[in-house]
Write a protein that binds this ligand. Structure first.
Ligand SMILES: O=P(O)(O)OC[C@@H](O)[C@@H](O)c1c[nH]c2ccccc12
Length: 266
């Protein structure tokens, strides 16, 4: 059996600025020396993509216990939180696995995968092929790939994710990154309203880049990410995006099922 795509050229993480730069350097150190081989190809189920393609705006609800911008959010039990989100109508669950800034763990993802019916996304700062192999081994349906980190290696990482049977949420924050994602042939593109180098949120970013993607003829799935707290906030993407990714406002709400339901009420 083939070992799949060749290991990619090393990433140049020194170009990544600010808070994001610090985190990706830490993650790269965590995985320095890890085995980059992927193993044999796994069948793609497109489960994550199918969940987001359902009619109406799909909710990806995030298990987020802490963040660099807010510090501690809530001491959630990951599986309880995911079940509550699912009961509130979430069509997919995003699980942070980054340990230092987001209080995430591998076990959180495994617990969620084992306990919910909807697909799960590994939300981490992927800087090494081993992180994708883990995502597949832990049962995730998808992994996050950030163009701001991977740059011209985005297509290669997308190919590796697909080889492992994973869908990829390819995240962009500006026009240049969007063009890289489109060029890479990403079937699912997420537009982050938060600039991860400064943590500043601008809800105008998602509608702007989603329009640009559609104008360029993109027929894949588009996800608006970050900063959504009220149904009114969703107004600017309701008719544009296929899905919205929401973490902090749900995770810190105290009643996750109700918060999910209330947010998505048209
Ligand atoms: O908590 P918020 O503002 O609802 O955002 C959720 C999600 O978009 C955010 O956690 C996120 C988007 N892209 C990321 C990349 C890494 C870590 C976290 C993220």
């Amino acid at each position: 059996m083939s070992d799949g795509p060749r290991p990619p050229v090393p990433l140049n993480l020194d170009r990544v600025p600010g808070v994001l730069g610090r985190i990706v350097h830490e993650r790269a150190a965590d995985y320095a020396g890890a085995d980059p081989t992927l193993g044999g190809a796994r069948p793609r189920t497109h489960r994550f993509e199918a969940a987001l393609r359902q009619p109406g705006l799909s909710l990806i609800a995030e298990v987020k216990r802490a963040s660099p911008s807010q510090g501690a959010i809530a001491p959630l039990d990951p599986l309880d939180a995911a079940l509550a989100y699912q009961a509130g109508g979430a069509r997919a669950i995003s699980v942070l696995t980054e340990p230092r800034h987001f209080d995430g763990t591998a076990q959180a993802l495994r617990d969620v995968v084992g306990g919910v019916a909807v697909p799960a996304l590994r939300k981490d700062f992927v800087v090494h092929p081993a992180m994708l192999r883990e995502a597949a081994e832990w049962g995730a349906s998808a992994a996050l790939l950030m163009v701001s980190v991977l740059h011209e290696a985005t297509a290669e990482y997308l190919h590796m994710a697909h080889h492992l049977g994973l869908d990829a949420l390819v995240e962009v924050h500006d026009e240049r990154e969007l063009d890289i994602a489109l060029e890479a042939g990403a079937p699912i593109i997420g537009v982050n309203n938060r600039d991860l180098t400064t943590l500043h949120i601008d809800l105008a970013v998602s509608p702007r880049l989603i329009r640009r993607a559609r104008d360029a003829g993109f027929t894949g799935v588009l996800v608006a990410e970050s900063g959504y707290r009220t149904p009114q906030d969703l107004g600017s993407v309701r008719e544009l995006a296929d899905a919205v990714l929401v973490g902090s406002s749900l995770a810190g709400s105290g009643d996750l099922t109700r918060a999910a339901r209330d947010l998505m009420r048209a």
